[in-house]
Design a binder for this molecule. Structure first.
Ligand code: PLP
Length: 382
């Protein structure tokens, strides 16, 4: 089976992890801050905090922005469940913004409508979490402009998008957001096995993110209440978690980062082949706007004849092509159904789900494998 995604681990990556295993530090040594610094340098964000997953990073991002009981958070229904769960962890409720079928990202028009309604009903969100589906940035400038009058905070779920660009900036630069989140799960663009990162330009948020990923503890005198008892002293000033990344993970992530631009270039080359060779088939492909560099975590097609969706999907799997579906709309998950969510206000997300298939795309996908995928899909759709 050709998988839909696969990590690329080279000898340097392995050597970096082995070297760290032999070092004095397995946790909280030099590699974690080195990885964070390297990502600040790469994205141009001021601060970066490594976590044990993007899910953890999303959780502490919500906490740092003060999301709590009674608050409302908005995100995309077409995302991994973690984009929504993070709000629920904080006791907030979540609502979903419908998507734009052309990109799979949240619809700016629907967001504008929802904001007007929410203002009338006194149900404005505290935070919105745009998700950069498949690695293409949402229209962050438009989102920031819409949210600004209401003082709504923005967390970019850039789990798919490290290495991508928007309006000439690297995704993660936080030009139009408070915090950006990356994931280093093995299917993502670069990996640290499990791992995530929260980036920000805001000093106050940075302090909170740093504390919240480590029990709410600080060793910085300026963040303490009262005076320090001595050089051994630390204080827990709020309730945080153990969400720290290990040295082994950071060593792997740091080594992978060297290949990031190469991975994104390879993904773009292969995406360009799909875009060219599939354009005559009865399917749509996500559009990438010309102010974007898509990191191409995923290559998603939309079948025009949704009646054939399941059959085509099954036939591809039977042919050894490990297609997948990103994503089952979050509000349709049984847990969210039990909370009373429906599709009534997000018709485009439902429509998207009825036709979407993710084709294999990863740096090591061979020319022959891709040719086979394209030919097989052509035959199945005939
Ligand atoms: C993968 C993913 C996450 C969660 O990442 P983990 O590192 O596995 O916790 C969150 N949001 C989106 C959009 C993702 O694709």
């Amino acid at each position: 089976m050709i998988p839909y995604g696969r990590q690329n681990i080279n000898d340097d990556d392995i050597a970096a992890v082995v070297e760290t295993l032999k070092s004095n530090y397995l946790t909280q040594g030099p590699k974690v801050p080195a990885f964070e610094q390297a990502l600040c340098h790469y994205t141009n964000a001021n601060y970066a905090f490594a976590t044990n997953s993007a899910t953890s990073a999303l959780h502490i991002a919500c906490m740092a922005l003060g999301v709590s009981d009674g608050d409302i958070v908005w995100t995309s229904p077409i995302s991994f469940v973690a984009s929504a769960n993070c709000a629920l962890y904080c006791g907030a409720s979540i609502d979903f913004i419908d998507i734009d079928l052309n990109t799979g990202n949240i619809s700016i028009e629907h967001l504008a409508e929802m904001l007007i309604l929410a203002e009338q009903n006194n149900t404005l969100p505290k935070v919105i979490i745009p998700v950069h589906l498949a690695g293409q940035s949402c229209d962050m400038k438009a989102i920031a402009q819409l949210c600004e009058p209401y003082n709504i905070h923005i967390i970019e779920d850039a789990s798919h998008a490290i290495g991508g660009e928007y309006n000439g900036n690297k995704i993660g630069a936080c030009q139009y957001s408070d915090i950006s989140i990356f994931s280093f799960h093995p299917v993502k663009i670069i990996t640290s096995a499990e791992g995530g990162m929260a980036l920000t330009n805001n000093t106050c948020l940075a302090e909170k993110l740093d504390r919240l990923r480590s029990h709410g503890i600080t060793r910085d005198i300026n963040q303490m209440k009262g005076l320090t008892d001595g050089p051994w002293y630390y204080q827990q000033v709020e309730l945080g978690y153990n969400y720290r990344m290990t040295e082994l993970q950071a060593a792997l992530g740091l080594s992978q980062l060297k290949n990031l631009d190469n991975f994104v270039a390879l993904r773009n080359e292969k995406a360009a082949v799909y875009l060219e060779k599939l354009k005559k088939l009865p399917l749509n492909m996500l559009e990438v706007s010309n102010n974007s560099l898509c990191a191409y975590h995923l290559f998603i097609i939309q079948l025009q004849d949704t009646q054939k969706h399941k059959k085509v999907f099954e036939a591809l799997r039977k042919s050894g092509i490990g297609v997948n579906l990103h994503y089952i709309p979050i509000p349709s998950q049984p847990y969210y159904q039990s909370l009373g969510y429906t599709f009534s206000e997000i018709p485009m997300a439902e429509k998207y789900y009825q036709g979407a298939i993710s084709l294999p795309l990863f740096p090591d996908l061979t020319v022959d494998e891709q040719k086979y995928i394209i030919e097989t899909l052509g035959t199945i759709l005939k």
